[in-house]
Design a protein around this ligand. Structure first.
Ligand code: ADP
Length: 322
């Protein structure tokens, strides 16, 4: 039902994931072509968990663009908000996997089609239906997609959507660290829910200790924020609301590729929130939802790629019952 619709806004791309870990990009014997892009991953993640989701963004008018749009459809994600850019190609990302499954990215963006989404191309009727509107930062890097994102946030907010932000900092993409910080902070206060990691806390606070609750509460928790989540890889996550804070431990698995783990985690929490919008007021329910989200992230690290590795609800419940 559309009442619980989650709309994800931003980039959708192809990740080229090496078939073995621990070698450089040039030494990789082969790559697997995996659909990805943080907000697209979240949209598919929600759908795979049984929720209702849509994706808004732009791809190239090319083979990869149509492939990605089809993948949304095959995964029951509403793709009517996808636009096709004739003058630029679909974004590509080349992944290097370390032995422990952590990864680095090299991006094709000169610029890529996702950066060329224009405000006039937004499907306003679709946007107005969002129970939750989720977005990242890559669209903030340049015009015209920066204005498109600001407009989309403002429409969703006026329609009463819960705003969910994952800054998903990829510093290498920005013209400068100052520009990144300024753009990210320019939309910080509008979000109801923010998910960050420890590197992002250090970056946004100018090098403060990410483990210090006072740093998080004084520098990053704004008065309108309902839920701030800090993901900590295999350690799980921390949460901060206006009333309480705590930690939910991660679930032990054999990680081979962490691509998409953060996005799977976001899908897990948003999927719970879509059907229980006051989740963050009840610490017990919040902790259950965060454990569920940790399981979503954990499962995603056990397979290569992002979208191919996102779990079904059944897989999550099975891991949690072990
Ligand atoms: P991001 O990629 O956004 O920095 P994390 O790496 O912190 O996100 O991962 C997000 C979530 O996925 C974590 O909070 C945790 O629940 C789960 N996760 C990530 N890596 C692992 C791992 N190696 N083992 C188990 N769970 C993991």
């Amino acid at each position: 039902d559309n009442y619980s619709l989650v709309i994800c806004f931003g980039e959708m791309l192809i990740d080229f994931v090496p078939t073995v870990n621990g070698v450089s990009l040039a030494e990789a014997p082969a790559f697997t072509k995996a659909p990805g892009g943080a907000p697209a991953n979240v949209a598919v993640g929600i759908s795979r968990l049984g929720g209702s989701s849509a994706f808004i963004g732009k791809v190239g008018d090319d083979e990869f663009g149509y492939m990605l749009s089809d993948i949304l459809k095959q995964n029951s994600v509403n793709n009517s908000g996808v636009r096709y850019e004739p003058t630029a190609r679909t974004a590509l990302s080349f992944v290097t996997l370390r032995a422990d499954g952590e990864r680095e990215f090299l991006f094709f963006r000169h610029p890529s089609a996702d950066m060329l989404l224009h405000e006039a191309e937004l499907d306003i009727n679709l946007l107005k239906q969002a129970r939750i509107f989720h977005y990242g930062s890559i669209s903030l890097i340049a015009e015209p997609c920066r204005s498109a994102q600001h407009a989309a946030i403002s429409i969703a907010k006026k329609s009463g959507s819960i705003l969910s932000y994952d800054p998903n900092l990829r510093l290498a993409l920005w013209p400068s660290p100052e520009a990144a910080r300024e753009n990210i902070m320019s939309i910080w206060d509008q979000a109801d829910i923010i998910k960050i990691n420890e590197d992002e806390i250090s970056f946004l606070t100018g090098g403060d200790d990410p483990n210090d609750d006072n740093v998080v509460l004084e520098k990053l928790f704004h008065p309108n924020l309902k839920l701030l989540i800090v993901t900590e890889g295999s350690e799980g996550c921390r949460y901060y609301t206006q009333e309480f804070k705590g930690r939910v431990p991660g679930i032990k698995v054999k990680a081979i590729d962490t691509t998409g783990a953060g996005d799977a985690f976001v899908s897990g929490i948003l999927n719970n929130l879509a059907s229980d919008v006051n989740l963050f007021r009840d610490e017990k329910r919040l902790r259950e939802a965060l454990l569920f989200a940790n399981a979503c992230g954990a499962i995603t690290t056990t397979e290569r790629g992002a979208i191919p590795a996102l779990p079904t609800r059944q897989a999550v419940l099975q891991l949690l019952s072990k």
